[in-house]
Ligand binder design. Structure first.
Ligand SMILES: Cc1cc2nc3c(=O)[nH]c(=O)nc-3n(C[C@H](O)[C@H](O)[C@H](O)COP(=O)(O)OP(=O)(O)OC[C@H]3O[C@@H](n4cnc5c(N)ncnc54)[C@H](O)[C@@H]3O)c2cc1C
Length: 315
């Protein structure tokens, strides 16, 4: 049995739902002992949620001085100590903006290899799976160093409940904040309510959306679904949406349970960013559009007719 640490991300005090898939990957069907590390959040308040997905211990990490939650450099140093204290064979986190930044610092500190944006882990083989060449191939990367460090693409591993009576604890390190980096504020791009990269459902608009104002129609569809709204590069380049909403090779990589593509042709560059979506629904006026070869459900129709009908039905 390996001991695997998972760095938990919180959102307004609560545990982000995307952490549960990371815990499932760390747990490996009950084969591993999982230590969940929380920063800022109360371990007593979160242990029921995290224990439900297999965390055996929930540990709040902190430094003697400085706020680790807003100082990634300090947090990396704390986790460096935690690896030794808890005898971790692996440490994982979300491949979010914060997770990628933090794990790179930690890997540099310990001079360890790091696999970012992984889509699977095989603890027995000490290997990590990662998508390459815009999703055309998957590489299995054997890591010949311990602990194994990786960040997991949100939503790629389905969260499986595994009720565990988690213990809570604290780990405080006699460190001071070197003061190199401090996060002052985090702003969601475009004022989005749901982060695109972590959304379970995404509604995306392509070129035929034709104006920034028409994105309101997609936001109306997204609302009853609790979805985030994305855009193709054609829509972004035309100025209908900010770049923060772009999905694809030169935009964001997403992996929702449901992806609704509204007026997208299905270019390889767009698919590079969303092909790991579990279910893809496409709406397109052209029955021969390439997207219909790659989706699970296709609707041949005009988005300006179909989207309001779908919204109404969902409401
Ligand atoms: C290096 C490189 C990187 C790139 N990176 C990205 C990227 O990150 N993300 C990305 O998206 N693209 C990217 N692209 C661009 C990509 O090649 C496509 O040009 C782009 O994805 C097309 O966007 P679209 O599907 O919205 O538009 P189009 O290709 O114009 O397709 C529009 C579709 O909507 C249909 N349609 C028209 N009117 C309606 C209507 N009223 N109702 C329903 N359907 C309708 C049409 O039949 C058509 O199939 C990249 C390209 C390059 C070269």
């Amino acid at each position: 049995m390996a001991t695997i640490g998972v760095l938990i991300e919180t959102d307004g005090g609560g545990v982000k739902a995307t952490n549960y898939g990371v815990l499932t990957a760390a747990r490996a069907g009950g084969a591993n002992d999982v230590v969940a590390f929380v920063v800022g959040a109360d371990p007593e308040a979160t242990k029921a949620d995290l224990g439900a997905y297999g965390a055996g211990r929930v540990i709040q990490v902190a430094a003697q001085s400085g706020d680790a939650a807003s100082a990634p450099d300090l947090l990396a140093r704390i986790l460096d100590k935690a690896i030794d204290e808890f005898g971790l064979n692996g440490l994982m986190g979300l491949a979010s903006a914060a997770g990628r930044d933090l794990f790179a610092r930690l890997a540099a500190l310990r001079e360890l290899p790091l696999v970012s944006d992984a889509v699977g882990v095989d603890w027995d083989a000490g290997a990590v799976r990662k998508s390459h060449f815009s999703g055309k191939t998957f590489a299995t990367i054997k890591i010949a160093a311990e602990p194994l460090l990786c960040t997991l693409r949100p939503n790629t591993i389905e969260a499986v409940a595994d009720e565990t009576a988690a213990e809570s604890g604290h780990f405080e390190v006699p460190l001071e904040d070197p003061g190199l980096v401090e996060i002052l504020e985090v702003q969601q791009a475009g004022g989005a309510k749901v982060d695109l990269t972590e959304a379970a459902v995404i509604v995306t608009g392509g070129r035929p959306i034709a104006s920034a104002d028409n994105f309101k129609m997609l936001e109306a569809l997204a609302e009853p679904l609790g979805a985030a709204v994305g855009a193709s590069r054609a829509a972004v380049d035309a100025g209908y949406a900010p770049h923060g909403m772009q999905v694809g090779q030169t935009g964001k990589t997403v992996s929702p349970k449901l992806y609704i593509a509204c007026g997208l042709s299905g270019s390889v560059q767009h698919f590079a960013g969303m092909k790991t979506s579990k279910i893809i629904v496409a709406i397109n006026t052209d029955k021969d559009a390439p997207i219909f070869e790659k989706c699970d459900y296709g609707i041949v129709g005009d988005i300006f007719d179909v989207v309001p009908m779908l919204t109404e039905a969902l409401r």
